[in-house]
Each structure stands twice: as C-alpha cells, then as structure tokens.
Design a protein around this ligand. Structure first.
Ligand code: HEM
Length: 327
C-alpha cells in the first residue's frame, strides 16, 4: 500500500515538473531578435509613425488585421497570403476579410526590417504584424505593452477555415467562440472596445436602419446614419463608411462603451453586449472608467497576440509576407 502511495506521489511530482518545464520551453521571448535584428522594435515603431502620419486610418485597420489573423490558425500571418493560380482561396479572400486594409503597410514594414536585420530575412511576418498592432495601439493613445517575440509564419491559409463572427451574430455564439480562443466574457468585451477606433461600411449595419430587429438604436443616431448610408445596398467601392466613435475615431478611449449604453452603436452584436446578462456589467464598468479600459485593452491585446502561435521549428519565416517561401 505504502509503495502505491509513493508511486502516485512520484507520478504527481513528475506531472508537476513536466507542466513547469513546458511553461518555460516557450520559444517566445522579449529578446528573441537581440543578436539577429537588435533594432527590430524601433524599426517597426519609426516606420509605423511615418505611415500613421500619412494615413491615420491605417492604425485601426492593423488592429483589426491582428484579430482576423489570430482567430484563424493563430497569430501566424496566414491572413497576409495572396491568392495564386495554384492556391486561389487563401484566408484573405473570405468574405469577412474583404474590407481588411493595411497589407501594403505590412510589406513596407517587413522590407524596412529585412534591409536592416543581419542576414536579411529574420523577423517573421507574424511578429511584424503583432509589433505593428502594438504600435497602432500606442499611436492611437493606448498604453504601450510588452511583447515576447519569435512567432513563426504559417504555411497554410484557407478561406474555408475563416470562421469569424458576423456583425449580426448572436452574442452567446460570439462569447463561446472567444472562449474557445481562451478569452473570458470580460476580455471579450474589452476586445470589442477596439471598435472605439476606425469605422464600418454601411453594408455591415444598413439593415438595422430600416428594420431594426433589435429595436434598440437611438432614433437620432439612426436618422443620421440613414442620411449617410441611404437604404439601398451598394457595392463595396461605393458603399459609404462611418466611424464607430464619431467624437474620437482615432483615440483608444472608453467612448465606445458610452455609445453602447446610449444605444448609439453600429453593429448589432456590439449593441447586444450592453444588455446581455454575461456582458452588461462589463460594458457599464468600462463606460464608467476610461483609465481602467485603456489599461485592460493593452493587456488583452497582448494576450490576443499570443493566440495559437507557431514556435521553434514550426512553419517558416517568410521572405515576403504575401506568399509562402515555396511560392
Ligand atoms: C464579434 C466580433 C466582431 C465583429 C462581428 C466585428 C465586425 C467588424 C466589422 C463589420 C467592421 C467594419 C468593417 C468595414 O466595414 O470596413 C469592423 C471594424 C473594425 N474592427 Fe471589428 N469585429 C469584431 C471584433 C473585433 C475585435 C476583437 C477587434 C480587435 C481587437 C476588432 C477591431 C476592429 C477595428 C479596429 C475596426 C475598424 C477597422 C477600420 O477602420 O479599418 N473587431 N469590425
């Protein structure tokens, strides 16, 4: 009997040691490029500052790009792959990605990195994108957060794997989908707060203006949106777009939650967060405190940057972000 207890204790000890070891074997670390590309972070910072100065709408687009990358196959830059005759339907061609912007900026930052890193291609596209998103948050007035680096780039990208929530998704489903990636309901509400910057095309919410199923939209807000959008569907090139937070569309602040509380938000799924029993307390909490939201947003963006990353020898480090090294 005594030897069985000893054996169980030994097994438990081994399991604990294995768990501790595995938590230390992550290949990601803050000084990953210290010898191969010591200036990587400052190169991303200065290039993003230049790009942002020329186009302030880029930073919100990059924050969105990170979400669309990390929620499909993890943060592996599978989103940046271009279609080719051999592989015509990468993630980028899936419907939720049709309005993504910022691919040229990723190429520009990657080129700046490659031309200064020792030995050319050193920094992965996945790391390039998480660093660009961190700069975007900072440039929009958010808190700067630390990132461990060393992500590898994916070698697969398929439109059929893109399962991002639609603007009219039920919040229960969205909470479940975010939980599947490791986010609590609180963190999900914090990530929704990204909609305090940038904007949306009318096609994402026009149906709410004439037939507000949810019956929640503020009347004056609805009437302004009708003026902007009209009632007719448009093609993407001609469809108007409008800011989520018209007061401060380029500032990471808690205005988005105030919009939610006042029934003045564009997307149906966002609006549902203000009344859903699993999320309404968080919406009220962040609507009441800008400082808490700004801090939480950076914490959860850092967490988003680590979803399902490829490490060690997995995947590859792409030379060009829009195509696999094998062509
Ligand atoms: C249920 C979840 C979500 C849905 C349904 C959703 C949907 C959308 C839609 C429809 C747009 C407008 C796209 C356009 O018309 O151009 C948009 C924009 C945006 N989304 Fe989300 N989103 C979600 C979650 C997130 C998350 C988690 C983030 C980041 C952490 C994010 C960041 C953004 C940003 C920054 C924009 C503005 C982009 C720009 O101005 O170019 N979204 N989202």
């Amino acid at each position: 009997m005594g030897s069985v207890v000893l054996l169980v204790q030994l097994l438990l000890l081994l399991a604990t040691m294995a768990a501790i070891c595995s938590s230390f074997t992550s290949a990601l670390n803050a000084s990953y490029y210290a010898s191969t590309c010591p200036d990587a972070e400052s190169i991303v910072q200065t290039t993003m500052e230049r790009l942002h100065y020329n186009d302030p709408t880029l930073a919100p687009a990059i924050i969105r790009m990170l979400f669309h990358d990390c929620f499909v196959r993890g943060c592996d830059a599978s989103i940046t792959i271009n279609p080719t005759p051999h592989s015509p339907s990468p993630e980028r061609t899936a419907i939720p990605n049709h309005t993504l912007r910022g691919f040229d900026a990723i190429d520009a930052v990657k080129q700046a990195l490659d031309s200064s890193c020792h030995g050319g291609t050193v920094v992965s596209c996945a790391d390039t994108l998480v660093l660009m998103a961190r700069e975007s948050v900072t440039l929009l007035g958010g808190d700067r957060y630390s990132l461990a680096l060393g992500r590898r780039d994916g070698v697969q990208s398929n439109a059929w794997e893109v399962d991002l929530p639609a603007p009219f998704a039920r919040l229960d489903d969205v909470i479940a989908s975010f939980a599947g990636k490791g986010f609590t309901a609180d963190e999900t509400v914090v990530l929704f707060g990204a909609h305090t910057v940038g904007g949306a095309h009318c096609s994402s919410f026009r149906y709410r203006l004439t037939n507000p199923d949810d019956g929640t939209m503020d009347e004056a807000f609805c009437s302004d949106l009708l003026d902007t959008c009209g009632v007719e569907d448009q093609t993407l090139d001609t469809d108007p777009a409008t800011f989520f937070d018209p007061d401060t569309p380029f500032v990471v602040d808690n205005n988005y939650y105030k919009q939610l509380v006042g029934n003045r938000t564009l997307l149906q799924v966002d609006q549902e967060a203000a009344t859903h029993p699993a999320t309404k307390q968080y919406v009220a909490y962040y609507a009441a405190s800008n400082d808490v939201f700004v801090q939480r947003f950076s914490e959860v963006m850092a967490k988003l940057s680590n979803v399902g990353v490829l490490e060690g020898d997995a995947g590859e480090v792409r030379k060009v972000c829009s195509r696999f090294n094998t062509g």
